[in-house]
Ligand binder design. Structure first.
Ligand code: UDX
Length: 439
């Protein structure tokens, strides 16, 4: 393969757009591809379809330098690229736990017929274990260059809100390869990142690392939320409990924040897909605990609704509810499986008049849930409210002045769904402050 390698990135969603811009930033010539012509047009104009700190700047800089280009043509991608990164989504199938890998198959089916010379195809998507081996066989079968086309699996661990940082300075790089040649190509590609811990392994281990990492993170969050349930039953304080646990270095304080639990496009669907795949492999018993992890997570949303209902006298009918937050977490406009919107919708369906504000996710929320009320400011959302719910811990909300907010509401009731506010300060300002897992 000619050095320096020319890279393509197939799929320009969250992962692909970030990977393409970051690889161009490292000095590679990169061609991004998507089947969505509208998305490609926007990207070519330097417009990012998602909110991700620092990414639009990177996109524009590398478009201007000419290192980064976009296309909708698989033929062009095949002719251009030496290394093809596959970055399409693997969403949850409708009505099932399993992941839908049809976008991956579509990429291979569309690209392979044009692969007429030596190249490497690199899967980055989160997949059920066993997918890489199947796709590798398919590639060799469909590509005119046959076994000169190799596959590697290289899972991505980036977090939304920190996507650029996580791509340019990852904690580790995992390579699932079947040849020294593939390993060498990927070591060359990632060399500009510097000295990053690298684990070189086989396909199934590489695929599983990603599922295991997300399962662990989800479990850690649900563990502390299970402790919150016990705290609620025993009048203990889960925030202090979490703090005390965090000093034990074996436990650590990260991902130990009790609250409304996890959402987003990854953790919920990935633990479900992991359970489904283990079932297919006859190893379902190994992951039955993930069912409980999922259940604990969903119970936090129900508890949040109950706390709010309790504060307004037992029924939402005729009540005004101000909701702060729509994104599944701060610094993101992503509302996929957002705990905040789930709570807002439940309360609205129970008769409450709900008004939602979020600094960046309002447009997405409006499109997905047109029946909810929306406001363009905190004050607009809480105006005349009987209860205020903090559901996504944006810094803007953490810094709110309780006295000022108190002027806008009808009754000073607040439920802190993310344990993000200082209880004493809010109580001192006359608020009836409630939080998940705290007395
Ligand atoms: C996650 C993984 O972190 C990442 O490695 C993987 O590649 C994709 O999935 P992301 O979905 O961007 O990333 O969000 P993350 O920061 O992990 O947060 C997930 C959810 O957990 C959010 O809803 C967040 O609010 C919640 N969370 C996180 C908690 O409830 N408590 C915590 O202590 C941490």
């Amino acid at each position: 393969m000619p050095v320096p390698y020319r890279l393509t990135v197939l799929g320009t969603g969250y992962l692909g757009a970030t990977h393409a811009a970051c690889m161009a930033e490292l000095g590679f010539e990169v061609l991004g591809l998507d089947v969505d012509a509208g998305k490609i047009e926007r990207l070519m104009r330097g417009e990012l379809p998602i909110h991700e700190p620092g990414l639009e700047e990177l996109l524009r800089r590398n478009l201007a330098s000419g290192r980064l280009r976009f296309t909708t043509s698989y033929q062009e991608a095949a002719e251009f690229g030496d290394v093809h990164f596959v970055c399409v989504g693997t969403p949850q199938k409708k009505g099932e736990y399993a992941a839908d890998v049809s976008y991956l198959d579509a990429v291979v089916d569309s690209l392979a017929p044009y692969l007429d010379r030596e190249c490497l195809v690199v899967g980055k998507s989160t997949v059920p274990v066993g997918t890489a081996e199947r796709l590798a066989e398919k590639l060799v079968r469909l590509a005119p260059a046959g076994s000169q086309v190799e596959l590697a699996w290289n899972p991505e661990f980036l977090r939304e809100g920190f996507a650029v940082q996580d791509t340019l300075k990852p904690d580790r790089i995992v390579l699932g390869v079947t040849s020294e040649r593939a390993e060498k190509v990927l070591r060359d590609v990632y060399a500009p990142l510097g000295d990053i811990p690298m684990v070189v392994t086989d396909y199934p281990t590489a695929e599983l690392v990603k599922s295991a990492a997300n399962a662990f993170l989800a479990t850690k969050i649900s563990f502390i939320n299970a402790m919150a349930e016990v705290c609620e039953a025993s009048h203990a304080d889960v925030k202090q409990l979490s703090l005390a646990l965090s000093f034990d270095e074996r436990i650590g304080g990260k991902f130990l924040n009790p609250g409304l639990g996890f959402g987003g496009g990854c953790l919920p669907k990935d633990i479900r897909a992991f359970m489904a795949r283990a079932g297919e492999l006859g190893a379902d018993q190994a992951l039955t605990f993930l069912r409980e992890v999922d259940a604990i997570n969903m119970r936090r949303r129900a508890r949040m609704v109950d706390l709010a209902r309790g504060l307004v006298g037992g029924s939402f009918h005729g009540c005004t509810v101000g909701v702060l937050g729509a994104a599944f977490k701060p610094n993101s406009d992503d509302i996929r499986d957002s705990p905040a919107l789930d709570v807002a919708v439940t309360i609205s369906q129970s008769g409450g008049r709900v008004t939602v504000y979020d600094p960046v996710a309002l447009d997405n929320a409006r499109r997905a849930h047109p029946s909810l009320g929306y406001a363009d400011s905190v004050t607009g959302a809480v105006s005349g409210a009987d209860v205020v719910l903090l559901l996504t811990e944006w810094q803007e909300f953490v810094l709110l002045d309780p006295e000022e907010l108190g002027q806008a509401v009808r009754t000073r009731n607040i439920v802190d769904g993310r344990n993000a506010l200082d209880a004493e300060t809010w109580r001192a300002a006359g608020w009836n402050y409630r939080a998940l897992g705290r007395p």
